[in-house]
Design a protein around this ligand. Structure first.
Ligand code: 3HC
Length: 307
């Protein structure tokens, strides 16, 4: 884990907009790397939940002997939470937006950030489906806008996709690639925008095949997941991964991708839509493809045919 001295000169102050699962862990990644971080969200309750979860996560890391209590405390002290976007943006060198995957919301945030952040600040979006050209166009600094896409759980996953749009300057790309390296992540550069970027496109192929195998009654969710893990060496099977990412997030990503491509095969799979409408959102709601509410030993239920 990089120490405070490694925080990239010139990009010391980081603002993360959106305190959900992604935004909160992205903020912690930067704080652990020595940056002063402000985590902004529209609700105090969202910020309090994020702070509690990060504190619990850091306590667990310390308890496992992976980090000293002092390092964890210093990093948490570098992380400030606020609902005030104006105050948060006024001193930011680098902003990463991790709000809801809705274009209108993101464009509103970027117009505000452009107005509120210093002229030198780079504005990035964590979106995996909306190319940054769509938010860059509401700013007066399109050359300083790009996608910087982290993976869930952001504290653990090494990869960060950096995606330029036609107007992103080379200086912005170089600065962001270096920034990603200094926070201990592995950047992957995409030379142009494409919905889903690289990793989600790969994941989508596996997910769609898993859903069609289940739909056709070929194998259960557990057996498909077991095959992915024990035959292919994946850390999680496709159904477990959908539950981790969130059925709602899967649904929103599919809808945003369809809005971009107009290709009906990009729409959410009917089983995903049905689960979303039934509130079976995965780990976050206690039930998804698997049941997380019942004791560990008998928590696994096949749900694909009994929705
Ligand atoms: N948040 C933070 N840290 C977590 C975590 C979480 N939700 N879940 C697990 N961890 C940490 C643990 O604390 C542990 O840390 P340690 O090494 O310091 O002890 C480490 O991860 C390993 O955890 P476990 O031993 O409990 O369990 P696993 O070995 O099974 O690892 C996993 C859990 C890291 C989640 C692993 O299963 C994995 O890599 N799964 C695949 C995740 C993946 O594919 N993510 C990408 C999703 S797609 C995406 O995000 C894109 C977006 O646009 C949708």
């Amino acid at each position: 884990m990089p120490g405070p001295e490694t925080s990239q000169r010139g990009l010391a102050r980081v603002l993360v907009v959106g305190a959900g699962a992604m935004g909160s862990q992205i903020a912690m990644v930067f704080a652990l790397a020595g940056h002063d971080v402000i985590l902004q969200d529209i609700t105090e309750s969202g910020l309090a939940t994020a702070r509690n979860q990060l504190e619990e996560r850091m306590d667990a890391t310390v308890a496992k002997g992976r980090m000293t209590a002092g390092t964890a405390r210093q990093a948490l002290n570098r992380l400030t939470c606020t609902t005030d976007l104006g105050e948060a943006a006024s001193s930011a060198d680098f902003v990463i937006e991790a709000a809801t995957e809705k274009l209108a919301i993101k464009q509103h945030i970027f117009a505000e950030l452009d107005r509120l952040a210093p002229p030198h600040a780079i504005l990035a979006t964590n979106s995996s489906t909306l190319g940054s050209s769509k938010v860059a166009k509401v700013t007066r600094r399109p050359g300083q806008v790009c996608n910087v896409h982290f993976f869930n759980p952001a504290l653990v996953m090494k990869c960060v996709e950096v995606v330029r749009h036609p107007e992103t300057t080379q200086a912005t790309v170089d600065t962001v690639m270096e920034l990603v390296r200094t926070i201990g992540k592995q950047p992957v550069l995409l030379s142009r925008e494409i919905p889903g970027f690289v990793a989600n496109r790969l994941m989508g192929v596996l997910r769609d095949e898993a859903l069609s195998l289940l739909d056709a009654g070929i194998a259960s969710t557990e057996d498909i997941d077991t095959a992915a893990k024990t035959a292919l060496g994946h850390p999680m099977g496709p159904f477990e991964l959908m539950d981790l990412v969130g059925i709602d997030v899967n649904c929103m990503i599919a809808e945003a991708t369809y809005a971009e491509t107009g290709n009906p095969t990009d729409l959410p799979h009917p089983m995903i839509r049905e689960m979303y409408e039934a509130g079976r959102l995965g780990r976050k709601s206690g039930k998804g493809w698997y049941d997380y509410e019942t004791p560990q030993d008998d928590r696994i239920h096949k749900t694909g045919t009994t929705l």
